[in-house]
Design a protein around this ligand. Sequence first.
Ligand SMILES: NC(=O)C1=CN([C@@H]2O[C@H](COP(=O)(O)OP(=O)(O)OC[C@H]3O[C@@H](n4cnc5c(N)ncnc54)[C@H](O)[C@@H]3O)[C@@H](O)[C@H]2O)C=CC1
Ligand SMILES: O=C(CO)COP(=O)(O)O
Length: 524
Amino acid sequence: MNCSRLGQPLLHQARYRSRILSSDAASVFHYLVQGQGPKLPLSFSSPPTHSALRRRFYVQSSAAISKPTSPFHQQLPRSPQIATRADVLEPASSLWSTRSSRASLAPPLNNTRHLPVRRYSQVAKMTVNNFIKKHKVTVIGSGNWGTTVAKLVAENCAEHPDTFEKDVQMWVYEENVTLPKDSKHFDASIGEQPQKLTHILNTYHENVKYLPGIPLPHNLVANPSLVDAVKDSSILIFNLPHEFIGNICRQIKDHIAPYARGISCIKGVSVTDDKIELICNYVSDALNIYCGALSGANIASEIANEQWCETTIAYNTPLVDRRDENGRPVGNGESNDHTKQLTPLPLDYPPLDHDEWSLLFSRPYFTVSMVSDIVGVSLAGALKNIVAIACGYVEGHGWNMTAKTAVMRRGMQEIIRFANEFFPGQIEPRTFWEESAGWGDMIVSCTSARNWRCSKLAVERNLPIEEVEKTELNGQKLQGISTTREVSSFLRAKGAEERYPVFMAVERIIDQEIKVEEIPKLFK
Ligand SMILES: NC(=O)C1=CN([C@@H]2O[C@H](COP(=O)(O)OP(=O)(O)OC[C@H]3O[C@@H](n4cnc5c(N)ncnc54)[C@H](O)[C@@H]3O)[C@@H](O)[C@H]2O)C=CC1
Ligand SMILES: O=C(CO)COP(=O)(O)O
């Protein structure tokens, strides 16, 4: 049989005609990867490439399965697990197709990306390790972005029950909320009595305070107990204003699974005296787990309404979690992040690598790009908030796009300078140019996000920005104000103020020390 004659439709048909049980597919694959399979008369016209070899597997397994009386079937080792994944039965073509958002082999330490693709076949993933357990997901935070991310993650958990537990926990900072009379959930028997936000969430499946008007999936469970929400979760998604993360970590430290892995969607940094830390690294250190970062040009309300956008996830799979093509561990107990010893993710869980993170976060309306530049992604997301405030001030003053563009350009220069100066050798410049987390986020934040909007209003109304935050945001928090103060104080401690005129100017305008029209002369 010549491989070149095997079109995808043929394979597709072969797999469907066979009407296999998925457990048979798993067994066949197991058998073949062990190298015990009978040789089918396959020939390659040139040295086989990786994809050709994968095709060989599918051809062989399809052929074996389609002939129940073949020696294959008689010799097949039986897997004790009855696998039920729908994707075992999916058209074979899709199992080797390139999916840009279903990304690549976890990159090595030096942050390089676009590496050779590791794609476990879905069959390989479940065969070798049996994956008795599924990932339990908890979202910590339920604000505007917290609820939006919880929504999309819950949609994916419902769609991928082989990898994730269906129910997603969402920790809610409990508060009392009054449903207004015009709310569709208004209940005359309760009237305007305040009700617990978690009760409203679990009853009406809507976050009436932080994401009004958006129906939430019923498998998203609001939980006011932080400790209970994180219990036994292998995936923790941190999504709340950065000023609360220290307190959260202290509360959950002794209650999380030691092998849990995290993603921080938080845009901010942690600064103490002359030390600065990325939020995801702060989480990693505080909890002794590994934590990546998600950041991009993302306006929560638009994504909640399923308007399309992109994001970037940086995740540098710890060595202890890496598995080879057959699902076997390749690490030897070392850790590639910081100096700590991580507890490996147990082998009875599906792996947690770029593929799985992408599976968890990608939606038709949310395109995920996986990278490993943790520092670039985190700093771009945190520091653009300072620039967004500057742009709001400029626009509130009455200057338009040209002035804002100058501020954005200089702001981006300062972000990259900051990253190079204080995290030397740890960023990839193309994160800023090519990723949603870079220029994409800068543009959206300086033209339509909350930090920009509130600082613009502050100038227009001649009010401190904190006042506008209180009156306009109904409990939502601006990250730009505290980040400006933290970064300015860090720069002062380092004696580096002069190299960061945009960052420093924003602090002085917030404190009403200078006026917006003085900005240009600071750049001389
Ligand atoms: N909203 C957006 O469009 C986007 C936000 N982000 C980032 O996501 C992170 C979370 O922001 P949002 O979800 O938008 O929050 P938010 O600003 O909408 O809401 C504030 C949240 O903080 C909670 N909270 C208040 N006091 C608290 C306390 N003492 N302890 C713990 N929680 C408390 C509130 O219950 C509420 O859930 C931020 O770092 C933000 O920069 C990132 C991308 C988009
Ligand atoms: O990060 C954001 C857009 O990407 C949202 O920023 P704001 O917090 O200013 O709304």
